[in-house]
Design a protein around this ligand. Structure first.
Ligand SMILES: [Zn+2]
Length: 343
C-alpha cells in the first residue's frame, strides 16, 4: 500500500502553498520536484498544466490520469476609500465559507500581505443586523493587517486591483485520522497520485503501456483539461473528490466512484470496471451522483475529445468550504488507483 506518511506530508505541503486558479506556478514546482525524485520528467502546456508519464512496457499512452492542483481563491476587485478591499471570487463557493478567515494578498510586485475576510458588519455589539445581514461576496471585505486608512495608503503598499488572494488552509490531521483543511479538492488526489507513483517505482511495477499523468491548473474555472491529453489516449480517469451530504451515498471513509455529475453520466463500462476492480482488491467504495458538480473529464469532452471518462476520489465533507476527509478514504482511493494503474 502507499506510504500514508509521505502522502500526508505532501498533502500538507500542497495545501499550505497558495494556488488559486491562475496563480499555480509555485505549487506546480513542488509537484514537479516530487515527480523528479521518482525519476519522472515533466513538461508544461502553455496554460501551466503539468504533464508527465508513468512509463510502461510500451510507449504511447492509452490512458490518462488527471487531478487538479488549482484551488478556490479570490482577487482584489476594488480598493475602498476606507482602506478595505472588496473582492471577486475565483471559482465557486459560499461567501460565508470564508467569513472571518485569514488570507494572503499577493501583489503584482511579488510582495504579500496578510488580512482577514469580514462582513461589512462584523460585530454583534455594533450592528444590530450583523447576524441577519445577507451573505454575499459584495458584503465581504478584507481588513489588511497593516495600518491603512485610505485608498492611497493601500496603493502605497503595492496592492492593486487584480492581485490574487489565497485562503489560509488551516491544515490539520487529528489523532482519529480526520484530515481537515481547505483545498482537499483536489490536492488530496494529487497527493494520492504521487503516493501511488512512489509505491509503484519502489516496487518496480511497470504497467503494460505508458500512463499519461496530467496535473491541471484551471479546473475550478472550468477548462483545466480542455487541452493537454495525448491523441493516443482513449480513456481518462479523473481523480477528484466525492461530494458528501444529506442524500449522498458516498462518505469520508470510502473511495467514491461517480456515476453521474452535473454534466451527465460517466462512461458505464469504465465505471463497471472500476467497481469490479474495487471488489476484487477489497477497496471499500461507494457509487454516487453529484448533481451540482463538474470535473476535468467534462472539460476534456466539451473540448471535443473522444474519450471514455471515469471519476474516482476521496469523499470530502463541506466541499469548497473548510473541508474534511478521513485517512481511510485516502487509503481506499489509493488502493483503487494503484489497481487501475497496473491494469
Ligand atoms: Zn475538484
Amino acid at each position: 500500500m502507499i506510504n500514508l506518511e509521505y502522502t500526508l506530508e505532501i498533502l500538507q505541503k500542497l495545501c499550505t502553498t497558495p494556488s488559486p486558479s491562475g496563480m499555480t506556478s509555485e505549487v506546480m514546482k513542488i509537484i514537479e520536484s516530487e515527480f523528479n525524485k521518482l525519476g519522472m520528467v515533466v513538461s508544461y502546456n502553455n496554460k501551466g498544466g503539468l504533464l508527465t508519464y508513468y512509463k510502461g512496457k510500451n510507449q504511447s499512452a492509452a490512458k490518462a490520469i488527471i487531478a487538479h492542483a488549482d484551488t478556490l481563491g479570490a482577487m482584489v476587485k476594488e480598493i475602498k476609500g476606507s482602506g478595505r478591499l472588496s473582492i471577486t471570487m475565483v471559482g465557486g463557493y459560499m461567501p460565508q465559507s470564508i467569513e472571518c478567515e485569514n488570507c494572503v494578498i499577493h501583489t503584482g510586485g511579488g510582495k504579500s500581505y496578510t488580512g482577514t475576510f469580514y462582513t461589512t458588519k462584523p460585530s454583534v455589539h455594533v450592528h444590530q443586523d450583523a447576524r441577519t445581514q445577507e451573505r454575499t461576496i459584495e458584503g465581504l471585505e478584507i481588513a489588511i493587517d497593516e495600518k491603512v486608512f485610505t485608498k492611497k495608503d493601500v496603493e502605497e503598499l503595492g496592492i492593486d486591483v487584480g492581485d490574487f488572494i489565497s485562503f489560509d488552509s488551516r491544515f490539520r490531521v487529528t489523532e482519529s485520522g480526520f484530515v481537515k483543511t481547505r483545498h482537499l479538492d483536489d490536492k488530496a488526489s494529487v497527493a494520492i497520485i504521487l503516493g501511488a507513483c512512489k509505491y509503484m517505482k519502489e516496487n518496480n511495477i511497470i504497467p503494460e503501456k505508458d500512463i499519461q499523468l496530467f496535473i491541471t491548473n484551471h479546473e475550478e474555472v472550468g477548462h483545466g483539461a480542455s487541452h493537454g491529453i495525448d491523441d493516443s489516449v482513449a480513456e481518462l480517469l479523473c481523480v477528484d473528490m466525492g461530494a458528501l451530504g444529506v442524500g449522498q451515498n458516498s462518505d469520508e471513509y470510502t473511495v467514491s466512484i461517480c456515476a453521474k455529475d452535473g454534466g451527465g453520466p460517466y462512461d458505464l463500462e469504465l465505471r463497471n470496471r472500476l467497481v469490479k476492480l474495487a471488489k476484487e482488491i477489497g477497496a471499500e467504495y461507494k457509487v454516487d451522483i453529484y448533481p451540482f458538480y463538474g470535473s476535468d473529464g467534462g472539460a476534456a469532452l466539451r473540448a471535443g475529445r473522444n474519450l471514455k471518462v471515469g471519476l474516482i476520489g476521496p469523499g470530502v465533507y463541506a466541499s469548497h468550504a473548510y473541508e474534511r476527509t478521513h485517512v481511510d478514504s485516502i487509503t481506499n482511493t489509493a488502493k483503487l488507483l494503484l489497481a487501475y494503474m497496473q491494469q
